[in-house]
Design a protein around this ligand. Structure first.
Ligand code: NI
Length: 386
């Protein structure tokens, strides 16, 4: 047989099948950690291709290999598969059949692209210079999926991992790329300010937690504007605040929560520390107390620069390659690249609505680019790591 090249054209029948698969998954969305039917569907389709999923201790999600690790390295291709608790407001013929659950982030597109890539690569299995691992990851939106898959052994023997996210504001045919920092580290906080409730007309008899919480929320913005260099990226948002239940009673406590997004680990620790200091000093000033809970999120997503050279070279053959900016969004693919070299790109879908919007859509014309990205990058990486 001829020498394997790493330039495989994606045929129309593969694309047509991928579109059909996506429309089915889109109509049958499942929330993070509950992707039972999607898991069954992926398993069934892989078995039809002659690919047997690995026997890993997973509740949802599928991991499967093709090729031979005696011939070379293992390269992992990752797609996420969960939907969001959003009422779909598109008029698509294949709109969600489950009220209140919607593929509003296009993970249906990611999963269908990876299934199509598996179909293409399986046909070339005998010529693969190593092994390709297909990673269908659950629970990306809740930042549990990657960590569960890692715990189950998904990264064992993997030399490098690649993934992508669709990007509505990039046109179809364009692939967005950035070396090093791409997406932010996500920290979530939940805070309770504990004062002493009293009559609204006699504040001196209590300790008003609403005034204290208000000062904390306002002053916390000075952390970003006065203590973090303008050239560094950081954001602190309080997104939910709750206290009291009527007009003439000062409540005994106030709850608020939100998120901190950063890229640099030193900046991350500094913002967290100053925020905690603001809370403890402000409450101390007014003789009140506090509780603070930190819910760890994803680390920052750093693309591997060496892989970037390879990915750029491969992708330039079939798509327009465009340098992209940082995004303060989080992406749990970061958990993989925290441990092994990896690369994550944005595949343009050129649609009017952003991620998580009830009218979000994906343009199926982007399929050939997504499938080609998985197929040709993995082939080149097998050769690179050999
Ligand atoms: Ni997403």
């Amino acid at each position: 047989m001829a020498e394997m090249t790493d330039k495989i054209a994606i045929k129309q029948d593969v694309v047509t099948k991928a579109i059909k698969t996506r429309h089915y998954i889109h109509a049958h969305p499942e929330l993070s950690g509950q992707e039972f039917e999607t898991t069954k569907l992926i398993t069934k389709k892989l078995l039809e291709l002659g690919i047997t999923p690995l026997d890993l201790p997973l509740v949802t999600g599928v991991v499967a290999d093709i090729g031979d690790s005696n011939k070379g390295p293992t390269i992992a291709l990752r797609a996420d598969m969960d939907a969001l608790p959003i009422v779909e407001a598109t008029d698509l013929l294949y709109a969600s059949e489950t009220l209140g659950v919607m593929h509003a982030c296009g993970h249906d597109f990611h999963t269908s692209s990876l299934l199509a890539a598996a179909e293409v690569l399986k046909k070339h299995e005998d010529n693969l210079k190593g092994r390709i691992r297909f990673v269908f990851q659950p629970a990306e939106e809740t930042n549990h999926g990657a960590r569960e898959l890692i715990k189950a052994g998904t990264l064992k023997d993997v030399a490098a991992i690649i993934g992508f996210h669709n990007k509505p504001d990039l046109p179809v045919g364009t692939i967005g790329f950035k070396n090093e920092a791409l997406m932010a580290a996500v920290d979530q906080f939940a805070v309770r300010i504990i004062g002493t409730g009293t009559h609204a007309a006699a504040p001196q008899n209590g300790k008003d937690p609403i005034v204290t919480a208000s000062q904390i929320v306002a002053n916390a913005q000075a952390i970003i504007s006065r203590y973090i260099a303008p050239t560094d990226s950081a954001v602190l948002s309080v997104t939910h605040i709750q206290g009291g239940n009527t007009w003439n009673v000062i409540p005994s406590d106030v709850f608020f929560e939100g998120t901190i997004r950063t890229f640099d680990e030193t900046v991350r620790q500094k913002v967290k520390q100053l925020f905690a200091d603001t809370i403890s000093h402000t409450t101390a000033l007014y003789g009140q107390s506090f509780e603070i809970e930190w819910i760890p999120g994803t680390p920052a997503l750093y693309n591997d620069t060496d892989l970037g050279v390879i990915v750029k070279d491969v992708v330039s053959d079939f798509a327009k390659y465009q340098e992209t900016g940082l995004t303060l969004g989080g992406e749990d693919f970061a958990n993989y690249v925290h441990l092994i070299p990896g690369f994550f790109v944005f595949i343009g879908t050129g649609t009017p609505f952003e991620w998580h919007n009830p009218e979000f859509t994906v343009n199926d014309a982007a399929f050939p680019y997504a499938i080609a990205y998985y197929v040709n990058t993995s082939l080149r990486l097998l050769r690179h790591f050999n």
